[in-house]
Ligand binder design. Structure first.
Ligand code: BJW
Ligand code: ZN
Length: 294
């Protein structure tokens, strides 16, 4: 790793007041969760991005639910990796102060729906409490993680307002049976079991078809007003493990750069935001972040 880049970045981080972190699928890649693009996004020979649309769900809810069942299984089996853990440390005010003494706020805006960042923060909260480190300075501030593309473990009705968190898996017997039909997820081609709509997850209130509580293309992302004000005041923006191809998240780094904030990009490969970067760190974020924030 380039020592000058790290030193310059650490100096800028030390003077930052309002920090935002934009994260994408690369953050969870080392936890075994597939990314969407760059070769990571195939599921049963289908491009994952073509399944993450309301049109795909309307046309074939059975297929899209099987895709989300697979994603839920992957996320349930996954453990947080070093990158989640480091970002969790930064979310604790007293630990953030050690590397960013001027910091007044830090928010993680994650496009990931897997809950691993939330898990890393609550694990660390518990660990610090066990060490006797209590008080607000040792707790992540409420609302410091904003899940802009929703939650994989939320289920919502397509007909009424019902929504609920649900970590059970399979969500209904037919999804478990379909999974057993196909052992080799990556190359099962058109060998998809068709599940009748009546056997897919249903709303307990109105019996309507339920859907995953995530944001698909064309839908409104969550927390947009709050994120817009955070982006407006941010003087430091870390962009971690995202191809930066999906808006609105892809536009935030440019906005910070235009207002002369520091933009640091952490990515295994070149990404769309490299040109906006004041600091560019190439490599797996689970390794690079541990070197930058030892
Ligand atoms: C590593 C690594 C390691 C690997 N370490 N790095 C033109 C301008 C502006 C907007 C648009 C536009 N044209 C169309 C739009 C709108 C559209 C959009 O952006 N489309 C683009 C294709 C252009 N956006 C939307 O529709 C959004 N909604 C919206 O804009 O609404 C406006 C509105 C406002 C008010 C009212 C109503 C509407 C919604 C976008 C929803 C995206 N949904 C998905 C699925 C979520 C659910 C799920 O997870 O299943 O979100 S699609 C998918 O892409 C997912 C991701 O969160 C998102 C971004 O992907 P990400 O995270 O960047 O992953 P990858 O795979 O692309 O990249 C991984 C990166 O990691 C790579 O760079 C690797 O190199 C790297 N990496 N290992 C470090 N170890
Ligand atoms: Zn309902």
């Amino acid at each position: 790793m380039d020592i000058d880049t790290t030193t310059r970045f650490r100096e800028a981080f030390a003077t930052a007041k309002h920090i935002i972190i934009i994260a994408g699928a690369g953050l969870s890649a080392a936890s075994g969760i597939p990314t969407f693009r760059d070769g990571g996004g195939m599921w049963r020979s289908l491009d994952a991005t073509t399944l993450a649309t309301p049109e795909a769900f309307n046309e074939n809810p059975s297929l899209v639910w099987q895709f989300y069942h697979y994603r839920r299984q992957k996320a349930l089996q996954a453990q947080t990796n070093m990158a989640h853990k480091i970002l969790a440390r930064l979310a604790i005010p007293n630990l953030l102060k050690k590397v960013a003494p001027a910091a007044k706020s830090l928010h993680l805006i994650t496009q990931n729906v897997d809950r691993l960042s939330v898990g890393a923060v609550s694990d660390l909260d518990n660990e610090l409490a066990q060490q006797g480190l209590k008080g607000p300075g040792y707790r992540a501030r409420k609302g410091s993680i904003l899940q802009i593309h929703g939650k994989l473990f939320e289920v919502q009705c397509t007909k009424c307002d019902w929504r609920a968190e649900d970590f059970s898996s399979p969500l209904c017997p037919a999804l478990g049976e379909a999974e057993n039909d196909i052992r080799d997820y990556t190359d099962a081609g058109s060998n998809n079991r068709h599940i009748p709509v009546s056997q897919l997850p249903r709303c307990p209130e109105c019996q309507g078809l339920a859907r995953p509580g995530v944001v698909w293309f064309g839908e409104k992302p969550y927390h947009l007003d709050e994120i817009n004000s955070l982006v407006f005041k941010a003087d430091m923006c870390l962009v971690i493990g995202t191809s930066s191809t999906v808006y609105p998240a892809a536009g935030y780094a440019y906005r910070v750069q235009r207002r002369h904030g520091h933009v640091a990009v952490f990515n295994l490969d070149p990404s769309e935001k490299d040109e906006a970067a004041s600091s560019l760190f190439r490599g797996g974020c689970e390794e690079v972040l541990s070197q930058v924030f030892p």
